[in-house]
Design a binder for this molecule. Sequence first.
Ligand code: HEM
Length: 447
Amino acid sequence: MANDKTKSPSSSSNLKRRSFLGGIGLLAGACPFTTLALAAPAVLPAEANGHVTDAPLANATSPDDRVPFQGLHQAGIATPRPANGMVASFGVIADTPDDLEHLFRRLTARIGFLTVGGEPPLADPRLPPSDSGIVGPIVRPNGLTITIGLGASLFDDRAWLIDHKPMRLSRMTRFPNDALDAALCHGDLSLQICANTQDTTIHALRDIIKSLSDRLVLKWKQEGNVPVITPGLDQSVESSRNFLGFRDGSANPDAGDDHVMDQLVWVGARSGEPEWAECGSYQSVRIVRNFVERWDRTPLREQELIMGRVRNSGAPLDQPDASEFDVPDYAADMEGLSTPLDSHIRLANPRTAETAESIILRRPFNYSNGVTKAGQLDQGLLFICYQADLEKGFIAVQRRLDGEPLEEYIKPVGGGYFFALPGMRGDADYLGSTLIAALRKAQTQTS
Ligand code: HEM
């Protein structure tokens, strides 16, 4: 049986992940705060296998877990998903390339400090403290990643930026089942903030809001988390469950496989995209409400036919005794007798040669916001995915899903499309530097 995920502990992705965690980069001199001395970081939950959506393991994290924020690509895309995540969207105050550079440099400095950790300086008590204090006097990284994305409006609303817009970046449009709340949509800049603990993500957001209040105006945010699990006796790691009770992430592409990531997730050199965008990725965010009360009254067999998987194990319906990582054989089930043709997984990924380029890297979190005015639980999925081509990736998949039976139980209410910046190389660099260099070059050519 073919496997979507290779679980061998000695796989190359495993080794890669280990060395990745070992190579911690500091942003020396970038901020006045004292950074933590480098201790051997604790092992991050999904390090053992290299798959983004494996469930974080119980009792396996440490406040000193660090994910390097420097590298070819930004952290928080192909790195393992910790238990907590958040997307915050901002309006940007920047009227010139200098303003934008200023924003990027300061944002990088804050990310440099927060993802490494340290001791915020004591300020004169007659002044506001340098840090919110919500994680105590020492800031610990706790597996924090902060991933910057740029929205179409950042480019569209500024004449000096418009020519540099990533080719496929557009404003998210409404799909048939959407009931989008304008207050929860779009933005000039997104921050995806992920960490072991919720207070770490909130602390990071508050730090950035305070440090960059002259450049960033918060528009909306959505927090989420995923359950942590205890590994099986054979040390196997499963995918976390979503609020519909199913494992979510089973069929994600292997983020430890560079070739796969280069094809599906990272913008490459010959993609037709502006040069500055190389090594970045398109980020699609969707806040998808789940009608959990209705779902909980739906027969189990019907739930499984809607999803296309066995609820408890995550196995494909045509191999109910297999594991969640075994692959359904649609060619042997052309009429959909085992896996209905309109089931979620079959529409999302029909596994044909023609649809191979629409495979996306998902990194979702469950959210639970409270109670609606109608007395229902406001729960759902903070759906986040990454792809090299927005049209061939998320948009193509969502178009195939339009009209799926699952729509009776879900309602997308917000989100947006963003372009996740390329990574940064070395202490002297900053996130967004390639875009600023392209702007400077264009300025010189026209002057
Ligand atoms: C509340 C909304 C959603 C729920 C509850 C949900 C749930 C699931 C579940 C349980 C699976 C099977 C396990 C797995 O392979 O991960 C799955 C697979 C998948 N979902 Fe969703 N999903 C939702 C929204 C979306 C959206 C908005 C998209 C993209 C437009 C999407 C794309 C996919 C893809 C590509 C797969 C993998 C299919 C495969 O390769 O076999 N899902 N989803």
